[in-house]
Ligand binder design. Structure first.
Ligand code: NAP
Ligand code: GDD
Length: 338
């Protein structure tokens, strides 16, 4: 059987790294498109260059530059394109509203238009987001209303509809995965879950005394990024291009995430967290996300393997290990802070 080729944008991000690993394990050839940055940004994928040297590589490109997309697609000739590249931070999107709107929406258009011109058989995946639902009450599903509350959310609604437009108008195999929050030890340090697990070891070592955070009553449906890579692949393999919600169906507040993680080392978070710090409050919020993933479960037979408590433990264990600590040593340090 012919070996499949996948092009991944946003390869240097959390999801890019898990998806690459999954596709390589399925014998794909993977090419990642990445942007130039002044310092190296490949720490999440460095292990893949060596291990899969004939099947994994990256190429510099820019999703706002159609000629760079065209050149990569014409040369690599992918069977599938996974569009994960985006300004993905909701809070920062309020500060960079115009560029987030432009980049996240037009980048999707640029890829789809290139597919339409070069090879309409290429299958396309768009990283859509539960942030698009905004203030719509849970549970949110494929046909729930989009009421985005941030420039990021609006940009993703634009990209979602762009994907549907190419599917309907030009019959491209263009899919939207509407993924709810998914986390991992590779999560960026300024997303709320990783901010918490990254800073607990620093609190234990006395390197910081207090951590400033925003609104802790918000609820999110948090899954594990590794599980979600599998859903992304299944969405693209399905015979019919469609839109799919991917979620665990359970949600927790940030206070509950703090309870669980600080509890794992025997600390009470209230002593260490400053709530409602102006710096982290957003001009408008998405208060309550909880997805109904019945469709993906029923048709694609996908289900999440990692639950909330295991996710907290996995992330904290990894950040403790990076500081040379295990849970027993962490608890000993914690007893001195009580
Ligand atoms: P991430 O870790 O922030 O990775 C984003 C990727 O996009 C990185 O490779 C980043 O490159 C690249 N990128 C960002 N801004 C760019 C720009 N202006 N030009 C070129 N490249 C740029 O995000 P993720 O968690 O892996 O998410 C992957 C995708 O899924 C994103 O589109 C995100 O919006 C979407 N999504 C994520 C979640 C979630 O909970 N994780 C849920 C729903 C949807 P650098 O490494 O150079 O910064
Ligand atoms: N980042 C951050 N830092 N968020 C905080 C903090 C803080 O100190 N304190 C409270 N929060 C709240 C935010 O206001 C938000 O309501 C919630 O914690 C989650 O924030 P993030 O972890 O930054 O994620 P997000 O939900 O805004 O966005 C993520 O999920 C989306 C899917 O729903 C990102 O991964 C998006 O790219 C993704 O589309």
């Amino acid at each position: 059987m012919k070996r499949k080729k996948a092009l991944i944008t946003g390869i240097t991000g959390q999801d890019g790294s898990y998806l690459s690993e999954l596709l390589l394990s399925k014998n794909y050839k993977v090419l990642g498109m990445m942007r130039r940055s002044s310092s190296f940004n490949t720490s999440r994928i460095d292990h893949l260059y060596k291990k899969f040297k004939n099947n994994f590589d990256t190429e510099y490109g820019d999703l706002m530059d159609d000629s760079s997309i065209h050149s990569i697609i014409s040369k690599f000739k992918p069977d599938e394109i996974y569009n994960l590249g985006a300004q993905s931070h909701v809070g920062i999107s309020f500060k960079t509203a115009k560029s987030t709107l432009t980049y996240n929406t037009l980048s999707t258009f640029n890829i789809l238009e290139t597919i339409r011109i070069t090879n309409k058989k290429i299958r396309f995946y768009q990283a859509s987001s539960s942030e698009m639902f905004g203030i719509t009450k849970p549970p949110q599903r494929e046909n729930s209303q989009f009421l985005p509350q941030s420039p990021y959310g609006i940009s993703k609604v634009g990209a979602y509809h762009t994907t549907r437009y190419f599917r309907n108008a030009y019959k491209l195999h263009a899919c939207n995965g509407i993924l709810f929050n998914h986390e991992s030890p590779r999560r960026g340090l300024n997303f709320v879950t990783r901010k918490i697990t990254f800073n607990i070891p620093l609190i234990l070592k006395g390197e910081i005394k207090k951590l400033k955070m925003g609104n802790l009553d918000i609820k999110r449906d948090w899954g594990f990024a590794g599980d979600y890579a599998d859903a992304i692949w299944k969405i693209v393999q399905y015979k019919k291009a469609d839109d799919w919600v991917v979620a665990t169906g359970e949600n927790y507040s940030i206070k509950e995430f703090l309870d669980e993680c600080f509890g794992l080392v025997g600390l009470n978070w209230k002593k260490f967290i400053i709530q409602d710090s102006k710096q982290y409050l957003r001009p408008s919020e998405v208060p309550n996300l909880k997805g109904d993933a019945s469709k993906v479960k029923k048709i694609l037979k996908w289900k999440p393997k990692v639950k909330f408590k295991s996710l907290c433990k996995m992330m904290l264990e990894s950040d403790l290990a990076s500081n040379g600590l295990d849970f027993n040593e962490a608890k000993k340090l914690a007893s001195k802070l009580k």
